[in-house]
Design a protein around this ligand. Structure first.
Ligand code: ADP
Ligand code: MG
Length: 238
């Protein structure tokens, strides 16, 4: 499989009083198309910062980031925003939906930004809702859905424009264990569909559901288990 993304010793620093926090420090990783990778580590280990770097929400202070072969760290903001819209689907801990839009309309949003004509938009949004098991909930308001159902709507919205990469930051962090299990099964299904997923979590039992685990500690990779797809290396030596 082709590499989807590669980072070479990327770092992100935050000033803190007289010192500097190395939120992400010299992280090199290679992720191939179709992988399901968990980034795990304790609270404060740099997981969200790394996810924000991979998702082009933040720029690294040092290092290289190649996404689909393109160096993206120094791209202009317009190009980075376009890549975020077209290439990446985001899922966060708390489902954020427009309260006055139906489930279907919420899923349609990325397609509106992408300029997809309405009939096609409807069909694709319905397909995405169907994929997450909510075909019959399209006309519900977010307030009429459970937390787990709202997170499924978010997942449908994240996959509706067929992004190259799905980034999920603690996607089950606010859910009970049964609902969490359903969401993880859904990720496993999306992985079987051939999608590339990077999931951040502090919980080992959640990380274990992914195909490969990378562990962060104080902003550094301390452990990266090899891909089951037979890759020669999972983590680029630094
Ligand atoms: P995790 O997601 O693993 O809990 P984070 O990436 O959120 O960790 O944070 C890593 C470190 O960077 C922490 O020490 C945190 O306080 C610090 N940090 C994260 N974001 C910022 C920010 N915007 N400003 C200052 N410090 C930050
Ligand atoms: Mg976090």
């Amino acid at each position: 499989m082709q590499p989807l993304l590669q980072t070479v010793r990327i770092s992100k620093y935050y000033p803190s009083g007289a010192t500097v926090i190395r939120a992400v420090y010299g992280v090199s990783l290679l992720i191939k198309q179709g992988e399901f990778v968990a980034i795990r580590g304790r609270s404060g280990s740099g997981k969200s910062t790394l996810m924000n770097l991979l998702g082009l929400l933040e720029r690294p202070d040092t290092g290289e980031y190649l996404l689909q072969g393109q160096a993206v760290a120094e791209l202009g903001e317009d190009k980075r925003a376009a890549l975020r819209r077209h290439a990446i689907g985001f899922i966060f801990q708390l489902p954020v939906l427009l309260p006055r839009a139906t489930a279907l309309e919420n899923v349609e949003l990325p397609l509106i930004y992408a300029g997809v004509p309405r009939p096609q938009r409807r069909r694709r949004a319905k397909d995405a809702l169907d994929r997450v098991g909510l075909a019959d909930r399209g006309h519900h308001w977010p307030s009429q859905l459970s937390g787990g159902e709202q997170q499924r709507v978010v997942i449908a919205r994240a996959i509706v424009n067929d992004p190259a990469l799905i980034l999920a930051d603690e996607p089950t962090g606010a859910l009970d264990s049964g609902t969490s299990d359903e969401i993880l099964s859904l990720f496993e299904g999306l992985h079987r569909d051939g999608r590339t997923i990077i999931m951040v979590t502090h919980a080992n039992n959640v990380a274990d559901r992914a195909q490969r685990q990378i562990t962060l500690h104080d902003g550094r990779i301390v452990q990266g288990v090899g891909s089951s797809a037979g890759s020669s290396f999972a983590v680029v030596p630094s």
